[in-house]
Write a protein that binds this ligand. Structure first.
Ligand SMILES: *Cc1c(COP(=O)(O)O)cnc(C)c1O
Length: 350
């Protein structure tokens, strides 16, 4: 909803303020950093640009990284453009996130990073990913575009990553038209990110007056978006919490009637953000069985396909990255792309 009380900070020179990352941009970064309990949040124009910025900042080019193929293409697009080779590791069944037990076998002498997506808002096993990255000396970067507000063992999703990226585009927890943020505890990395993604005014303010990189990417957030995100932050989080309660009870109901494969969200103390509410019906269970059980309990829903497919099966992937098409056999990802379904709850009070 448009607001006419736009606040660009104390200065009337709000245009300059946003170039330096002050005013509404600083306000939003503070909110995000404290939400995650992490040192630095850096707003960017969108999550895709954030992932590009990270690759530039840690010089991830012409090398190799590990990710799971059950994700949105934008997770890997910028890293592929930088000449990197992707090595796909399958997902684990309960959460559709990367299977940490299979990562060890996929690491080669060229591997430099693990890129883990909290797909569908399911937090990946961040603590274990951290341990593996440390053991092998890899960067651990998280695509947390769908998981703002999700948690695992009481900690925010992907909190142990060297850097994680969130998105404020349509459908994400916090909507701001466009926008995103990179969150990190690594101050050296944060400074490299300022250098590669932000305006020289901000570089000078935070890195020193003699610093001026005009040769980076213009990756800063639009001030209108930052302002909108500030105004809607608390509401977005409370809306999310309501959805989390609702979706969790749907899952409990379906699990207690043995209609769906185990989600293990209780056993593993996981609270997804439910970017999508998805389930895998058990063998022999029809979607209509799921719908009618929910209906019996006063919950209306419509079943649809999950808008995620296996990256290496995309025509546009093989078309552009043919040489990357080393045989990936991620059978669990391929199975879930067929069998996982999306439950769209219909609010009866609207
Ligand atoms: C939305 C999304 C992105 C891209 O976010 P933008 O802000 O639109 O660039 C990347 N990865 C995943 C998993 C997403 O859901």
């Amino acid at each position: 909803m448009p607001r006419n009380d736009l606040n660009f900070g104390a200065s009337t020179d709000w245009l300059g303020m946003q170039l330096t990352g002050k005013g509404c941009v600083e306000e939003l970064e503070n909110k995000i950093a404290s939400f995650y309990g992490m040192k630095h949040a850096l707003c960017v124009s969108n999550a895709t640009t954030g992932l590009l910025g990270i690759a530039l900042a840690v010089d991830l080019r012409n090398t190799e990284f590990i990710t799971s193929p059950y994700t949105y293409g934008g997770t890997v697009s910028s890293w592929l453009m930088l000449g990197n080779t992707v090595v796909f590791v399958d997902i684990e069944p309960a959460h559709a996130t990367i299977d940490t037990e299979q990562i060890g076998n996929a690491i080669t002498r060229n591997t430099r990073a693990i890129l883990a997506t909290d797909i569908l808002g399911n937090p990946s096993h961040s603590e274990e990913l951290r341990r593996i990255a440390d053991e092998y000396g890899l960067w651990y970067i998280a695509d947390a575009a769908q998981s703002l507000g999700a948690s695992r063992d009481g900690m925010p999703a992907s909190v142990y990553a060297d850097a994680l990226v969130i998105s404020f585009t349509a459908g994400k927890t916090l909507f701001a038209g466009e926008g995103g943020a990179i969150i990190t505890n690594n101050t050296a990395l944060y400074e490299r990110l300022i250098w590669t993604t932000q305006h020289p005014f901000r570089q000078q303010l935070e890195l020193g007056l003699n610093v001026c990189n005009e040769f980076g990417i213009n990756g800063r957030i639009h001030p209108f978006a930052a302002n909108y995100a500030n105004a809607n932050f608390d509401k977005a989080i409370s809306n999310l919490q309501r959805r989390q309660v609702e979706c969790t009870s749907v899952i409990e109901l379906l699990e207690s009637h043995d209609l769906i494969e185990k989600t293990r969200i209780h056993d593993e103390n996981i609270l997804p953000s439910f970017f999508r509410l998805t389930v895998v019906p058990k063998m022999g269970i029809d979607n209509s069985d799921v719908v009618s059980l929910l209906k019996f309990h006063g919950i209306d829903c419509v079943v649809s396909n999950v808008p995620v497919s296996v990256i290496y099966q995309h025509p546009a992937f093989s078309n552009q990255w043919k040489r990357q098409n080393r045989l990936a056999n991620c059978y669990e990802a391929e199975r879930q792309a067929k069998e996982r379904v999306c439950l769209n709850l219909i609010q009866s009070d609207m």
